[in-house]
Design a protein around this ligand. Structure first.
Ligand code: HEC
Ligand code: HEC
Length: 366
């Protein structure tokens, strides 16, 4: 018995160290996948990866900089590639820390990763999408737990049985949406707070989330980088010839801020934030706009509707349905609606602003 046990222990120890190495590796990859969320606003990887704001990042290792077919690189990136820059562990590490120092004039609007562990992890993740490098990464052997856990988060549970296509539409096409599908789609939030999910978040919690996920485009202070939208300031400019319309200067209701961030941001990676993160970010956007000034301010459904936006009073409710001629019961007037004789004040004119095209076509638009 004891002999058997010892042998068992030795085997376990040997297998154990291999497993530990694999676990470490798959943990790196799982962390790297999280870091990649910052890149996902602009880059894609994986099977159907396409170039978007930035080139796709499949098979990156060994790629000469600036050479993905069909992607419009900056002149600087193309020149760097022609000058011999190819992507490997070292050049990528330098580029991801300070993109503009490695390729001065690059159009990658990304400040760079601050932590070297983030760089190492994101590279481990990118290797799994590289045909040549994947062999060196033991993804197949790696225990499933880390990646499986990440996946279950993403993949919505399949409803056990989908409703069949036998509903009574005229075409008998499609099927009724399931409750889960409707719940996933029905996420709008009304100014009176209806639709707010449970959750909470403070200004202080929002700051690092904002810095990591939003500042690349909207700037550290919401000032907007390049031509990305400005999120703060602009108060007192609404009557100017060129008003600066921001969340703070223009938006009437806080519910729109929460709804918009949850629905659409970060740009290119929408719906990736938790409800708590959206509360924290909404609180932080309020802070950037000086609407709250306490970093410990916590936003939740309890105090949400107490926050008034500065421009709310300049929005007026649409009362037309209550006006007489819109009201349901009143028939619209169709004849002799204006008392007294009719006077013609103006006649319609043919302005003929369409540039001459080919005569037969009768116009320039095909
Ligand atoms: C705001 C959009 C944006 C974000 C965020 C972003 N990138 Fe980029 N990236 C670009 C653009 C645009 C280019 C093309 C640059 C050029 O042509 O100068 C690029 C180029 C690259 C290249 C060079 C690829 C090639 O084909 O030569 C690499 C590598 C890269 N990005 C990696 C990353 C990684 C990793 C992250 C996240 C840590 C990231 N990028 C975040 C927009 C972005
Ligand atoms: C890759 C760039 C990018 C990133 C990253 C990004 N945004 Fe945006 N954001 C945009 C663009 C583009 C728009 C305008 C979209 C439109 O008008 O269709 C926008 C619009 C907005 C607006 C509405 C502004 C207005 O006045 O219309 C808010 C609020 C906002 N973003 C918040 C955020 C938050 C919070 C984050 C981080 C979780 C974030 N964004 C990350 C690009 C980005």
């Amino acid at each position: 018995m004891s002999k058997f046990l010892k042998a068992g222990v030795v085997v376990a120890a040997v297998v154990g160290s291999a497993v530990i190495a694999d676990i470490a590796e798959s943990a790196e990859i799982a962390e790297g996948e999280k870091v990649f969320r910052k890149c996902a606003a602009c880059h894609t990887v994986g099977e159907d990866a396409k170039s978007r704001v930035g080139p796709h990042l499949n098979d990156l290792f060994g790629r000469t900089a600036g050479t993905v077919d069909g992607f419009k690189y900056s002149a600087a990136m193309v020149a760097a590639g022609e000058g011999g820059l190819a992507w490997d562990e070292q050049s990528l590490t330098q580029f991801l820390v300070k993109p503009r120092e490695v390729v001065s004039g690059t159009k990658m609007a990304f400040a760079g990763l601050r932590k070297s562990v983030d760089v190492a992890n994101v590279l481990a993740y990118l290797k799994t999408f590289d045909a040549d490098m994947a062999a060196t990464v033991a993804t197949d052997e790696a225990p499933e737990e880390a990646s499986a856990a990440a996946e279950t988060e993403e993949t919505p549970a399949q409803p056990a049985e989908l409703p069949s296509a036998d509903h009574d539409g005229p075409m008998k096409l499609g099927r009724l949406a399931t409750e889960d599908e409707i719940a996933a789609w029905d996420i709008d939030i009304r100014p009176d707070g209806l639709g707010l999910p449970p959750g909470r978040g403070t200004v202080a919690q929002g700051e690092p989330i904002y810095t990591d996920n939003c500042a690349v485009c909207h700037g550290d202070f919401g000032e907007g980088i390049g031509r990305w939208p400005v999120l703060a300031g602009g108060q007192d400019t609404l009557t100017n010839e060129r008003p600066i319309k921001t969340v703070g200067s223009y938006w009437p209701y806080l519910s729109t801020v929460y709804d918009y961030i949850r629905r659409a941001m970060p740009f290119g990676n929408a719906r990736s934030l938790t409800d708590d993160e959206v509360y924290a970010l909404t609180a932080y956007v309020l802070y950037l706009n000086d609407i709250v000034d306490d970093e410990e301010f916590e936003l939740s459904p309890d105090n949400f509707t107490e926050i008034g936006m500065p421009n709310e009073d300049n929005f007026i409710p649409d009362t037309r349905p209550a006006e007489e001629h819109y009201a349901e019961k009143t028939e619209p007037c169709m004849s002799d609606c204006k008392p007294g004789p009719v006077k013609i004040t103006m006649r319609a004119q043919v302005l003929d602003v369409t540039p001459d095209g080919d005569e037969e076509g009768g116009g320039a638009i095909d």
